[in-house]
Design a protein around this ligand. Sequence first.
Ligand code: AMP
Ligand code: MG
Length: 292
Amino acid sequence: MDVGKYVQPFRVTGGDLRLADYDPGDTGGLALEKKEARELLASGVELLAELQAKLYADDRWSLLVVFQAMDAAGKDSAIKHVMSGVNPQGCEVHPFKVPTAHEIDHDFLWRASVQLPARGHIGIFNRSYYEEVLVVRVHPEILDRQKLPSGLVGSRIFKERLEDIRSYERYLGRNGTAIIKFFLNVSKDEQKRRFLERIDNPEKHWKFALGDIEERTYWNAYMAAYEDAIRETGTTEAPWYVVPADKKWFTRLVVAGAIIERLAQLGLEYPRNSEATPQQMAAARKALLSER
Ligand code: AMP
Ligand code: MG
């Protein structure tokens, strides 16, 4: 699949981003039937599995994939579909919820640090340390529960956190963690439609929280927080993708494509066996074949 074409328009590596310029209903000029979209995704999933196998064998790089979005934007389903072909042994998914008392007893990056992917692994963050400049920024009263020394909480706190995140990601990159970040950009109308579907379908009730309706009233504040976060932390080494999320099939294609592209950039190859010489390999083969 020619991934670059679908992925490039949504990549943010710095500069003056305006979320309003991104259409949540964009499908990159593609008008695919469900079946075609499924086939295209399947070939992407296959390619991803091959790249993951090399990442694992190479055992030097790791890949951190961050998902952030408003409720019902499709984070869970994108993760489920895009990662459907990968080897579970080399992939971990971590959801980040309201911090526990134990987590609050540490700095805000701590709980993410302990969940980072090991070399050779893919780590998926379903929400992440970015919540600290998103939900916390929209509801600054959360800061009161974070047990920070009062002198350290000033009007610049979110600027400082963005700066710290940027440095943290640069540090990780320099240590062999490739990073890629997705903002699934769903429209307010589509979120409403998906909430109604959750309410109307008893099998989807578990996905619905009453608080989701309340959170929706802060939509503009969230968009402003996302815009600033993406602008301040989109870099060549740790790019953001503002992925159109009103059409799930297109979301999945862009996400798969971006991950494939990032892994492909690492130039991964299966490592050579440094222990056995070709002569020893030939001898081992001969010994196996002559077993009785
Ligand atoms: P969900 O992903 O729908 O299960 O919800 C998880 C909830 O945890 C969301 O409402 C997030 O905003 C919230 N959450 C995640 N991280 C933080 C954080 N650092 N501080 C406060 N709330 C958070
Ligand atoms: Mg929720």
